[in-house]
Design a protein. Structure first.
Length: 79
């Protein structure tokens, strides 16, 4: 779901940019981007965000049930 891109700063040190992008009907409905100094920190953030999105359900869909409000609040916090 997400991608990690390594880039070199002007100082020669690497930085790692993580991007999670979801599209629906050709339109971007979710775009999360963060940059980290270490690859491990980037991988950890990516894993946490993907897990949270999976638990919250797909963005843009309505869900019925007892935990629907919790999923909506979690989804809103991620944006």
């Amino acid at each position: 779901m997400g991608t990690i891109t390594e880039r070199l700063k002007a100082t020669g040190k690497p930085s790692f940019t993580v991007q999670i992008r979801k599209k629906k009907n050709g339109k971007v409905i979710l775009n999360l981007v963060e940059t980290f100094a270490s690859e491990q920190a980037a991988k950890n953030w990516l894993k946490r965000r993907e897990d949270a999105l999976e638990k919250a359900g797909r963005p843009g869909t309505r869900r019925k049930g007892k935990n629907a409000q919790k999923r909506c609040r979690l989804h809103q916090r991620l944006h």
